[in-house]
Every structure is written in structure tokens, then in C-alpha cells.
Design a protein around this ligand. Sequence first.
Ligand SMILES: C[S@@+](CC[C@H](N)C(=O)[O-])C[C@H]1O[C@@H](n2cnc3c(N)ncnc32)[C@H](O)[C@@H]1O
Length: 290
Amino acid sequence: MPQTRLHLRGPKQDLEQIYALLDQGLEEEGLPLAIMEISEDEDIWEVSVYADGDADGAEGKMRALLHSLGEIPAISREELPDIDWVSHSLEGLHAVRAGRFFVHGAHDRDEKRPGEIGVHIEAGQAFGTGHHGTTSGCLETIEQVMRRENPRNALDLGTGSAVLAIAMAKLSHIPVLATDIDPIATRVAAENVRLNQVAGRVETVTAPGFHHRIFSQRGPFDLIVANILARPLMGLAPQMARHLASGGSAILSGILDRQRNNVVAAYVNQGFRHVSTIHREGWVTIHLKR
Ligand SMILES: C[S@@+](CC[C@H](N)C(=O)[O-])C[C@H]1O[C@@H](n2cnc3c(N)ncnc32)[C@H](O)[C@@H]1O
């Protein structure tokens, strides 16, 4: 079913108020919501509501809820395509080995070697087939950290295809929370979780950053993996510290070589200590402990 993104923009203060109002008011409808920064310099933020099918109905409900604020900000629409819009087709792409993990599509599952852990991902509408340096960097670091630390639970923030969440749940039979700001990614993640038969251990939820009560319900986490981008990762540092168990590990990626020091500094400020960095194709994956 085609999906419509209804979105409005404004300064952070207004948008946080709008987000809180819509979050509460639309809870029963089950419409996913997201808030994100568009421009730090100009103080522009954006709230999005994702409607399946009845976009007019969803917009009507938004307007009714926003009525109490007086002037209603303009609500724009974006029709989200129903097809592979992020798509990197896996057709013809080779499988990827990272540490003990073997990330593959249906056509090369037989190439899995003894002792390897298979993660079956068909390329589609969410990022994460294992080909990107950030994903493979995370997979390698996950294997090292999990072997050494035996975490009791884990969070994969910005899960995309759920490749990292599935890898963690297969390597060690622990509960994993997999979240993404993008409801389409969350849907794909849930499909991949079922395909890999780890639905009993991996829970998928749509949430921007740590804006959802599920994090307090399932946390604190012994291991948090977040392959997003340097700027949002720096912004999330205080909440990362709050949701990571004492002595726990954070694995961060989506960071360019030149951004590494700033990201490490933001986390050291929050009481983290840097353990290791690995470099892959211009990207870094950082392991930090608290
Ligand atoms: C680079 S992909 C990583 C996918 C997968 N974890 C991997 O390692 O291959 C980043 C994902 O993070 C999501 N994302 C970006 N900003 C986010 C935020 N603030 N909160 C939650 N998810 C976010 C995107 O929608 C996207 O699916």
C-alpha cells in the first residue's frame, strides 16, 4: 500500500511541542511519527507522520490536534513510493564475510562455510546488505565485543535491514531491540527478522533516536550498536549514556575518518572511554565503553 509522509517544519521549540501533542493524540491510530533536525544553523526541525492509505483522514486528525496551538503550521505531503527506493539490488552482488558472519541473499546461501553464521538479507527497501564499510565494520566489532563481554541484551539503533540485530541474535541468544526512524525500514527489518528465524529474540520498533518509551522498558542495554551518521550520533551521546548499562559497550559507525575525533570527544564528555577504531573504505567504526 502506498504511504504518505505528512510533514511540517519550524523551530525546535515549536516542533517539540507539536511532536509531543501528536505523539499522544495519534497513539490510538498507531501512526508512526518522527522528529528530526533539518538545519542546526537555521534552527529548522521537521515532524513527520506516516499514513498508510487514508492520508486525508490522518491530516484531518493532525489539524484537529494542532488546533489548540492557534495558528496551524502548513502541512506538506510526500507520496512514498511502494517500490525499492533505497534499493541496491542484490542480484549479481556477492555475499559478504565479516568476522564469522556471512551475509548473503537466497542465491548464495549454499556458500556458507562450516562455523560461519549466516545472515540472510535480500536487498530491498532498507539499508544494510553488508556491502558497506560501516556495516562490515560493525559486524566485525560486534563479534569481538560479544565474544569478550557476553552482553545480556542489545540495542541496534538505526537498524535498516536489521542485519546487525539479526547477527547479534544469532551469535548469542539474547534479546535485541531493533529501532529505526523510518517505518519502511522497520517493516523490512521485521520481515528479515522472520526470514532469519530470530523473531523470538528481535523486536522491531519505529522510533526517532531514543524518543520512545520502549527504550526505558527494555533497557538499560549491555551493548548498543548505532550505524547512523556523525552528527546525529554526537547529538545522541547523552541519551546513549543514559540507556547503556554501566560497563556496557557502544559500537558507533556511519562516521567518516575525519569526523572520528569529534565523535569520540562527544562521547568522552559523557563518561565513555575509547577502546578501538577500525577503518573501512573511508569510514570508521568506533568501540567505546562506559
Ligand atoms: C546507514 S543505515 C544502517 C543500517 C544497518 N544498521 C547497517 O548497519 O547496515 C542507517 C539507518 O539509520 C536510520 N536512522 C537515521 N537516523 C536515525 C535516528 N535519528 N533514529 C533512528 N534511526 C535513524 C535510517 O533510517 C537508516 O535505516
